[in-house]
Design a protein around this ligand. Structure first.
Ligand SMILES: [Zn+2]
Length: 252
């Protein structure tokens, strides 16, 4: 057991308070005693400074109190954290938490990034679940990309098609003409079918191609590589508007 040097009466009280369960995940197995403030930082062997954790939770518990109380004890995974705040990733969730608590986000972000717990499976789980989800619901992989290890990865062949669609449209070609050209060239869509105007217009309006994610009409910078320059994307939106279509106007 790590740092397991609370006096027996304190352990007994802590177990009673915790109903003989891990105070994070509620398992009853392999219980250990965690110092909220580590002994090396002057943490005392008191009930107030003691948490009952299972071996797994104990192993990954962050040493920073803010992270421990506001993330580790509240959420079982980054997925839960992201879901709770209805945001795109754990850093945006962290921003919300910092806002709620009135603490400096940049400072906490550094701590979070450097704490081993933020790199554990428990925190990465969200990304994994999302990757698994892609196959059947909600999240369609945009043409031009593959989705691996939680990140969109450029597929060079498809990216070339995306660039060509953008440049054709920019040079004045209509959606019909672009559809015709792609179908004649026998270039498959993501689902292996033929192209339609709607597919092309979706590609022309999707900010994912200049490195952003759209979530409920709000843009966030993604961690994936862009295929199209933001400048070109904006020109395209202007052009769509001039041709009487509904353009997407975002502030980058
Ligand atoms: Zn646990």
């Amino acid at each position: 057991m790590r740092n397991d040097d609370f006096p027996p009466p304190i352990k007994k009280l802590a177990l009673k308070r915790a109903n003989n369960r891990c105070e994070r995940c509620w398992t009853e197995k392999d219980l250990e005693f965690h110092h909220i403030t580590p002994v090396r930082f002057g943490g005392k062997k008191t009930l107030e400074n003691c948490l009952v954790f299972c071996h797994n939770c104990h192993n990954i518990a962050p040493s920073d109190i803010f992270l421990l109380k506001n993330i580790f004890l509240r959420f079982s995974s980054s997925k839960e954290m992201i879901h709770h705040y209805k945001v795109e990733n754990e850093y945006e969730a962290l921003k919300c938490i910092c806002g709620e608590k009135g603490v400096n986000y940049e400072e906490i972000k550094q701590k979070f990034y450097h704490d081993p717990f933020s790199h554990t499976d428990a925190v990465k789980e969200g990304m994994k679940l999302r990757a698994e989800k892609i196959g059947h619901s909600g999240f369609n992989i945009p043409f031009g990309y593959d989705y691996k290890d939680g990140v969109l990865k450029i597929l060079p062949n498809e990216a070339e098609v995306v660039r060509s669609i953008y440049s054709q449209y920019l040079s004045g070609k209509s959606l019909d003409e672009i559809v015709k050209m792609l179908n004649l060239a026998k270039i498959p869509t993501k689902r292996g079918g033929s192209w339609a105007k709607k597919t092309i217009s979706t590609i022309l309006k999707n900010p994912v191609y200049c490195g952003y994610h759209r979530y409920e009409e709000k843009l966030t910078r993604g961690i994936h590589n862009k295929i199209i320059d933001a400048k070109i994307y904006k020109e395209i939106q202007k052009l769509i508007c001039e041709k009487g279509g509904k353009q997407k106007n975002y502030d980058f």
